[in-house]
Design a protein around this ligand. Structure first.
Ligand SMILES: [Zn+2]
Length: 196
């Protein structure tokens, strides 16, 4: 769980997926006359190591290499491509093929925990083993349908992944009062220009 996931009330069970997807920040809107700076938290193996370590997902002494960073970025881009679609449209073959190819590299194994319940955990034993938590969170969230509420903001200037807590689960913007209003204002202006 991170500060951002707590602030936006993302369920704990999806906190790592949420944080991981949002390591890429494409927001470029202007708010209170200040342009939002875009950013990427995973620009180097060391940056990925720091991100994992912050979440206690990096085995001690583990070293992230460039190929490992590549695997992580493949998982992130295919995950974001999937979340960008409406939940009903996430069955797209191309999108799923890319996501499955990335997920394949993070296999899960079943084991019995001390409380005798069965748990799935990552089978990898290398420096990237901690990232398997993203796949196990996806699996659990898909089981209880909460994954359908993890979405990407519909604003082209935002594209932040958010958790839709609305009752009907039909929210399109991460913050309706900001991204939603901006989009509506733009659509209104375009309509007016068209009519003029
Ligand atoms: Zn937004």
């Amino acid at each position: 769980m991170s500060k951002a996931s707590r602030k936006f009330k993302v369920p704990d069970e999806l906190a790592n997926v949420y944080d991981f997807a949002n390591t890429l920040d494409l927001r470029r809107f202007v708010h209170n006359s200040v342009p939002h700076p875009q950013g990427d938290e995973l620009t180097s193996p060391a940056a990925l190591a720091a991100w994992l370590s912050e979440r206690k997902l990096l085995p001690s002494g583990a070293r992230i290499t460039a190929p490992l960073l590549g695997e992580a970025l493949e998982l992130r881009s295919s995950l974001r491509a999937c979340l960008q679609r409406d939940p009903d449209e996430r069955g797209d073959r191309m999108v799923l093929r890319a996501l499955n190819r990335a997920i394949e590299k993070f296999p899960l194994v079943a084991a019995v925990a001390t409380d005798r319940t069965m748990v799935l955990s990552g089978a990898r034993k290398d420096a990237l083993s901690g990232l398997s938590v993203v796949v196990s969170e996806l699996l659990r969230a898909s089981d209880n349908r909460s994954l359908d509420r993890l979405k990407m903001c519909a604003s082209d200037e935002c594209r932040r992944v958010f958790y839709d807590r609305s009752k009907p689960g039909t929210r399109r913007w991460c913050v309706s009062a900001l991204c939603g209003n901006r989009e509506k204002t733009r659509a209104y202006r375009a309509r007016m220009q068209g009519e003029a």
